[in-house]
Unconditional design. Structure first.
Length: 263
């Protein structure tokens, strides 16, 4: 078989276990279950639409082997289609409503709670999911008593001011990461720079990372679907950021495990 049916971390991957194996896990009271939430949405003309969901799996593949032996953690099947209605108007975008995303989070939470787990940690790779995740986790925690939270890896990607301010999507970082992790699916001949504003003339109201933000859809900000400079991305940048992000993700998982054991 060219491609194994389960990820490399099968010993932590709940769908790769039998029902009896899940039932007999000895550390369910303290071991967090990681649930990745991503998206299937346009990422410009040069990247595949599965970038967000794919990157969550890349972090896990690389971060889990970095964990110390005493770190108990398991991984649920991912939610790969998220709330991406801001990218409508471009082919390739699939999205669910906020209510459907909330229902999916609840479904997973109820089941892992029924299996005996007490801790749920979200690894989210799509900004459009965040608001729904935050209020849903509060409801889940209050109703089921699960300890819920989001993994928040601390990563500093040195970028020029223009990209750091207006590089929102299919940008330098995402393009570089895909060049490092899955180069055969990147078409750099179609990678361009496309910004909705300039740092020299920006005001307080912007789509993201500003004192005041506005609601937006990508078609209002970009004709290409790119928001940032994809053309300057390189595999070398991507490899460096993959290593940093993976180490940061592992550190975040260790912190969640520590908190779970402390109760």
């Amino acid at each position: 078989m060219d491609h194994p049916p389960f990820p490399s971390y099968r010993n932590r991957y709940l769908p790769g276990m039998t029902a009896r194996e899940i039932a007999s896990l000895p550390d369910k009271a303290v071991a967090p279950v990681i649930l990745a939430t991503g998206a299937i949405e346009q990422h410009g003309p040069h990247l595949p639409v599965a970038v967000d969901s794919f990157l969550a799996q890349v972090w896990l593949e690389r971060a889990l082997p970095l964990l110390p032996p005493e770190a108990s953690v398991y991984v649920a099947p991912p939610i790969t289609i998220g709330k991406s209605n801001e990218h409508t108007g471009f082919p390739g975008t699939l999205f669910v409503s906020k209510d459907t995303l909330r229902a999916q989070l609840w479904a997973v939470a109820r089941q892992i709670h029924a299996w005996g787990f007490k801790n749920l940690a979200i690894l989210n790779t799509h900004g459009g999911n965040i608001a729904v995740i935050v209020y849903t986790l509060r409801e889940i925690s209050a109703t089921l008593g699960l300890r819920c939270g989001s993994l928040a890896p601390k990563v500093d990607m040195p970028l020029p001011p223009q990209e750091a301010t207006f590089g929102y999507h299919a940008n330098t970082a995402e393009t570089a990461l895909l060049l490092a992790a899955l180069p055969q699916y990147v078409d750099m001949s179609k990678a361009v720079a496309d910004y909705c504003g300039r740092v020299e003339t920006m005001g307080n109201l912007r789509p993201e990372r500003a004192p005041a933000t506005m609601a937006w859809v990508s078609a209002d900000l970009s004709k290409t679907g790119i928001m940032g400079d994809a053309a300057v991305a390189t595999p070398e940048l991507g490899q460096r950021w993959l290593e940093v992000q993976s180490a940061a993700t592992a550190a975040a998982i260790v912190e969640v495990c520590r908190a779970a054991r402390q109760g």
